[in-house]
Structures are given as structure tokens and as C-alpha cells.
Design a protein around this ligand. Structure first.
Ligand code: BGC
Length: 355
């Protein structure tokens, strides 16, 4: 079998549509869509591996999708400016069909994190390729997205696990903050800088309890996605005391061999996610402790099946084993290969190779 780096690149490449969309998982009915969250991290991973054409095609696809939503964003912004908060169904969706159309079903679709992550990924693409002309080409969808996020960031919306839509989540705010600050390296707009500063302050004021970051405003539990506050979105430094305390809690409550999403997670029993294990490793690298990331990379490699495919989660150590079978009966085997898992493997692999 080829090494997992090469295999991961080919799995991503094979599952990118001609128009640029990345399917979340080709073999799992509910995941045959393109999520902006998964897609932006996949594009970032491809950029880090020198596969810039793939990343560019994804960003072009998102650009077209956002342009198709321009009138909706205008209406949303007009409502908010007029003092009316739009309902969740009026907002932009978290995922699109591979042909770029919306699928307005019962899915918990109002999530803001993917839009922030998209502009972060685009800015990273420009940084890694040096192709600032691409930013001119994408200027209209970028400004629509910035307009959307600067008006909506404080609204409660579903978190990155598509749950708890009545709350505000620090990791979602981190994605928005990271997107706005990264794109503003090129745009240099004072209003964007002011919104980013306000988001950061809001997180610091509302999302720390007992010296560490919390899952959601008003919910003091822990969640592995809180790692995103430092890596890659830089709301705080990896060495920030609240961040370090958060990571200690992630290790204490969520890290076994891999990393669980949060202690109360029951999706497929709430197993360990290779992509979150990679995140902990990525954090360790950025915190100057790459040696603590190497065993994580090895564990993720051991999660690949005989075809070199990584699943969304591993079910050998679960939070709530009694929930595993009901989910399997409902939706089938755990989604495999999950492109986002491969992407985060590529990120950690490249992080460790550069040291
Ligand atoms: C996860 C999302 C992810 C989606 C597609 C869901 O189960 O909670 O974070 O975007 O799957 O991979």
C-alpha cells in the first residue's frame, strides 16, 4: 500500500468534482454534499502539499456558490440593519449539493463557521501561492461573505458538529475571527479589523470559566474544537494561559488514543476522531512540542483500513457504547473515507515534516 500521505492526496483528488467541489464522504448517503467547513480545510491541506490547482478549483467553486446567494445576503443584511433578526431558514446553509445548489431540508443548516473558514482558507491559498491576482478574481464573493459575517457573527447558530443551534460557540467565533483577520491582511479595511477585535473581546468576556475556554456561551463543558481558538485561527496564542488550561482539559476528558469531540457526544457512541487527534498534534507542534505530536500521527496511521482510507471516527473507545448500534442501523457504517480526516492527516504530516 502507498504511504498514507500519497493515498490521502489521491483520495481527495479522486473525490473532487470536475467543478471543484469536494464531497465530504463518497460512500455515506448523508455526506454526499460539499460542506464549506470540510472543504476549506481540505483545500488548505492540498495547498500545504503543493496541490494548488485542486485548492484553487475549490475556491472558485465556492466563489460561484456565494455569488448565487448574493440577493439573499443583501436581504439578510437589510433585515439586520432594519432591526429584524432573520430566522435560521433565511440564512445561508452550511453545505451545498455538489452542483452548487442549496438543499433546504431538515438538516441543521444555519452554521456560520464554514464561511469564516472559507475566507481563511482562501487567504492561506493566496499566501502559499503568492497569487494575489486570485484575490481580485474572488473579490465579489469575498466581500459578500465579509458583509454576511460582520452583520451576523453574534447570532446563535449550530456549532461545527451541527448541534445546539440556540447557542453561540467560541470555536465558531474563532473561525469567523480567523477568516476576517486573514483576509484583512490583503484588504486592510478598518471596519473588518474593528469587527474582528469585537469578536475577540466577546470571546474573552463570555467564553472563559475556571480559567479555560468553554464549549458554548452558557455551557461550561469542554469541546475539542476549542483547539481552533489558537490553531489555526489565532484568537489567542498557543501559550495563552486559558488556552493551555483548555488543552489540559481536552487531554484529561477527551484524549484517549485519539480525541473525542466532547464528553456528552453520542453520535455513533461518541468515538474518537482522527481529525481531532491531528488537531491536538498540530497544536503541540505550534506550541513547540512536536515530539508529543509524533505518536498521534502514528495512531492516525493505524486508523486507516486496508485500502488506506480514514474514517470519521473510531469506535473502539466510545463515550456511550449503547448509541453505536442504533446509529449504525440508521445510517450504516461510520463514514469512510472522510476527506476531512485525510486533510487533517496531511496537515499534521506536513507540520511534522517541516521540523
Ligand atoms: C460533522 C460535521 C461535518 C459533517 C461532514 C458531521 O457529522 O459533525 O462537522 O462537517 O459531518 O463531514
Amino acid at each position: 500500500m502507498p504511504n498514507l500521505r500519497d493515498r490521502s492526496i489521491s483520495i481527495v483528488t479522486e473525490n473532487q468534482s470536475d467543478n471543484g467541489a469536494y464531497v465530504a464522504c463518497p460512500n455515506f448517503e448523508q455526506y454526499k454534499y460539499c460542506w464549506l467547513r470540510d472543504g476549506a480545510f481540505i483545500a488548505y491541506a492540498m495547498d500545504r502539499c503543493g496541490e494548488h490547482d485542486s485548492s484553487r478549483r475549490f475556491h472558485e467553486w465556492v466563489g460561484r456558490v456565494i455569488l448565487s446567494q448574493a440577493d439573499r445576503v443583501t436581504a439578510i443584511v437589510r433585515s439586520i440593519r432594519g432591526g429584524r433578526t432573520p430566522g435560521p431558514r433565511e440564512m445561508l446553509p452550511t453545505r451545498y449539493r455538489l452542483d452548487g445548489t442549496r438543499s433546504d431540508d431538515d438538516w441543521a443548516n444555519f452554521q456560520l463557521d464554514g464561511y469564516g473558514t472559507w475566507i481563511w482558507g482562501l487567504a492561506e491559498h493566496v499566501r502559499m501561492t503568492g497569487d494575489s491576482g486570485f484575490l481580485d478574481e474572488a473579490s465579489e464573493p469575498v466581500s459578500i461573505t465579509v458583509d454576511y459575517l460582520t452583520h451576523c457573527w453574534m447570532m446563535p447558530n449550530y456549532d461545527c458538529w451541527e448541534e445546539f443551534g440556540d447557542r453561540v460557540h467560541p470555536s465558531t467565533l474563532a473561525c469567523i475571527f480567523g477568516g476576517l483577520t486573514s483576509i484583512n491582511r490583503y484588504l486592510e479595511r478598518d471596519d473588518i479589523a474593528a469587527t474582528a477585535a469585537a469578536i475577540r473581546q466577546f470571546v474573552l468576556d463570555t467564553s472563559i470559566s475556571s480559567g479555560r475556554f468553554i464549549k458554548s456561551v452558557g455551557n461550561n463543558s469542554i469541546d475539542a474544537s476549542l483547539l481552533w481558538l489558537s490553531v489555526p485561527f489565532a484568537v489567542v496564542d498557543p501559550a495563552d494561559p486559558a488556552m493551555e488550561a483548555t488543552v489540559r482539559e481536552v487531554e484529561r476528558k477527551l484524549h484517549h488514543s485519539g480525541v473525542h469531540r466532547y464528553p456528552e457526544d453520542t453520535y455513533y457512541g461518541g468515538g474518537e476522531w482522527p481529525l481531532l487527534a491531528c488537531w491536538l498534534g498540530w497544536y503541540r507542534c505550534r506550541a513547540g512540542e512536536p515530539d508529543r505530536a509524533r505518536p498521534i500521527l502514528e495512531w492516525v496511521e493505524s486508523c486507516a483500513n486496508e485500502s488506506g482510507e480514514l474514517p470519521e471516527q473510531i469506535s473502539t473507545h466510545t463515550n456511550a457504547p449503547e448509541y453505536y448500534l442504533p446509529w449504525r442501523e440508521r445510517w450504516g457504517e461510520v463514514a469512510t473515507p472522510l476527506l476531512w480526516s485525510h486533510a487533517m492527516y496531511l496537515v499534521l504530516n506536513s507540520e511534522l515534516s517541516s521540523r
